[in-house]
Design a protein around this ligand. Structure first.
Ligand code: SAH
Length: 230
């Protein structure tokens, strides 16, 4: 899988892909992440990629020309399954969307900044709009990193034990059971006996039960059938 991220502040995307699971995914050759500086496609030698909004008002808007040229450049190299714009009014990201995107081959993620992008970009150049939540960030970079992370960890081979993604929250419309590690006792706080029993069948049953109880307590909406169709 190749993920191309277009940003006018590419430095914001350096760290998320340079450590831990996301870095290993790239080193293993399973996923390639390329960050493209929108300023390389600026309309003039001053690196201009934004301008004042028509109609006035505070805040700059990312121009269509640099974005169109960058996307054109990328599309001349390969076909893309989706060209995604990160936007607070987009489709709300969830595990089902991440699962579906993890099956794709090539995607572009466009990060907005300031007031956003010229609306014609959204109308004509992109195929999907994704939000990471009902709040507004300064730019799409952190949102793009969240989206890319949620996708990459699901690509087969990225996590050393594939079942570890399957047992995470939301995969079966359930949240994950609690986990513990050594020591078995700390300040008189005990790890549940069953986890120390060595009986894998009982442990699996306990985990499943805990998942259901936790989902009922914390996210009963997940157990509501209508919410599992999106
Ligand atoms: N004026 C816009 C917000 C612009 S915020 C509005 O009110 O809707 C600047 C950029 O940050 C956006 O273009 C988008 O790319 C990104 N962004 C902000 N909040 C986001 C969110 N919740 N999810 C995804 N991207 C977001």
């Amino acid at each position: 899988m190749q993920i191309d991220i277009i940003s006018c502040v590419p430095a914001l995307l350096e760290s998320p892909f340079s450590h831990s699971i996301l870095q290993r995914a790239q080193h293993k050759g399973i996923v390639q992440v390329h960050v493209h500086d929108l300023r390389d496609y600026a309309i003039n030698k001053h690196g201009q990629v934004d301008d004042y909004a028509f109609g006035g008002g505070a805040g700059m808007v990312l121009m269509i020309e640099p974005i169109a040229r960058c996307i054109e450049d990328l599309k001349s190299e390969r076909d893309y399954d989706e060209i995604i714009y990160m936007s607070p009014d987009g489709e709300l990201l969830n595990q089902k969307i991440a699962n579906r995107f993890s099956l794709l081959k090539n995607i572009i993620i466009l990060c907005g900044h300031y007031k956003g992008v010229d609306e014609r970009v959204r109308e004509h150049l992109i195929t999907r709009e994704i939000s990471i939540g009902d709040y507004v960030l300064s730019g799409g970079e952190l949102a793009a990193a969240v989206l890319a992370d949620s996708i990459i960890r699901l690509v087969p081979g990225v996590l050393s034990n594939e079942t570890s993604a399957l047992s995470d929250s939301f995969q079966d419309d359930l949240v994950a059971p609690p986990v513990y590690t050594r020591p078995a006792e700390f300040n008189d706080w005990q790890v549940p006996d069953v986890l120390l029993s060595g009986n894998q069948r009982l442990i699996d049953e306990w985990r499943e039960e805990q998942s259901v109880v936790r989902t009922q307590q914390r996210r009963p909406d997940l157990l509501d059938e209508d919410s599992s169709t999106s």
